[in-house]
Design a protein around this ligand. Structure first.
Ligand SMILES: Nc1ncnc2c1ncn2[C@@H]1O[C@H](COP(=O)(O)OP(=O)(O)O)[C@@H](O)[C@H]1O
Ligand SMILES: [Mg+2]
Length: 340
């Protein structure tokens, strides 16, 4: 591939088999220079396997992948020099200090002397671990270790950074803290980031574009907004101050805005709209001009979880879903795909 194409990752029909198990079943995607691209999917979807192929740690069974302009099979050394990686599983040396972990890594990449010292200081300051540089990593919290791994992956100024589940197992506060570094990284450097996650809030918060991966296949791709528009609508809920004489749905029959209106009870109305923040002011002004008194307005934006549910019939959650409602949702999804 031509290095000036503007894409830092190009993947075409990538397949990875472990024996009989098809872990990755022909995925294709492109990541632009400077973009944060996310692979969002449940456990076992094939995220780590894809990262390991892109980072040249395992060979693809078939298909092609080009990272930073180099083919992962034909030019693995050039790929390795161009990338940094934070593994899903911890990979620091517990017996060494933060500084020593950084130093060793720098030496492996051929850095030395003042340039290496300066880079270590700069990065340890970036992840706010400079004060802890001489402590052994075994005394670090999970969040501190993650930050050190991120700093280490950036040491040789990679063009592409891979983050495999960067906040897995961390508490919400620490996760938010890690997100800040990733967001700052994208602002302050030109690094392209490919991350995997099974947390939809993380994908939504960090990624410019997301591919949803399930059972080794990409089932949807786009910006978070585009993905949510698969659901098609926001839902606005109104509670009326008094029972209306006229049918609220006929009063609120606003062309090009209301896609569907449903009377939920005497004083509750649900309206499907393309965009709730644009529709609400219009709904309120028309309701008021026609004497429909509204006590309360709320709306529900579809989440990436709704998108995953819609596409697969399953929740994108750690825990197994239960309950009758989910059984129905699953049955509906299977019927849509002609399996029931
Ligand atoms: N080294 C391996 N040998 C055999 N099967 C593997 C290996 N690594 C992963 N798998 C299987 O491949 C599938 C994808 O795994 P993985 O890429 O780790 O998914 P994810 O990172 O999305 O959780 C899973 O079914 C997993 O059990
Ligand atoms: Mg994984």
């Amino acid at each position: 591939m031509d290095k000036s194409s503007g894409y830092d990752i190009v993947v075409e029909n990538l397949v990875k088999k472990y024996g009989d198990l098809l872990a990755v079943r022909g995925v294709s995607f492109r990541v632009k220079r400077g973009e944060i691209f996310g692979f969002l999917g449940p456990n076992g979807a094939g995220k780590t396997t894809t990262i390991h192929v892109l980072a040249t740690l395992i060979k693809p069974t078939s298909g092609r992948a080009v990272v930073a302009g180099y083919d992962v099979v034909r030019e693995p050394m050039k790929v390795r020099r161009s990338i940094g990686i934070v593994f899903q599983d911890p990979s620091l040396d517990d017996q060494l200090t933060a500084y020593e972990n950084m130093y060793m890594h720098g030496r492996i990449y051929g850095l030395r002397g003042e340039a290496l010292e300066e880079r270590i200081e700069q990065l340890l300051r970036f992840v706010e671990l400079y004060e802890h540089r001489n402590r052994q990593v075994r005394y670090f919290s999970g969040g501190m270790r993650r930050r050190l791994e991120i700093a280490r992956a950036l040491l040789h100024e990679p063009q592409v950074l891979f983050l495999d589940e960067p906040t897995i197992g961390l508490d919400p506060h620490t996760r938010a803290h890690i997100w800040e570094y990733i967001t700052r990284l994208r602002k302050e450097s030109r690094v392209t980031i490919f991350l995997t996650t099974h947390y939809m809030d993380e994908a939504e918060k960090l990624c410019d574009r997301i591919a949803i991966i399930d059972h080794g296949k990409i089932i949807a791709e786009g910006t978070p907004e585009q993905l949510k528009s698969i659901i098609g609508s926001d839902v606005v809920y109104l509670r009326l101050s008094a029972r209306s004489e006229k049918d609220p749905c006929s009063i609120l029959d606003i062309p090009n805005t209301i896609k569907e209106c449903k009377l939920l009870s005497d004083d509750r109305v649900a309206l499907k709209v393309a965009n709730a923040t644009e529709a609400i002011p219009l709904i309120l002004s028309i309701a008021s001009s026609k004497g429909l008194r509204i006590a309360e307005v709320s709306y529900h934006k579809p989440s990436l979880n709704d998108v995953f549910l819609y596409l697969t019939g399953r929740e994108l959650r750690d825990e197994e879903v239960g309950g009758l409602e989910n059984l129905f949702i699953k049955a509906r999804a299977l019927m849509r795909r002609g399996r029931l």
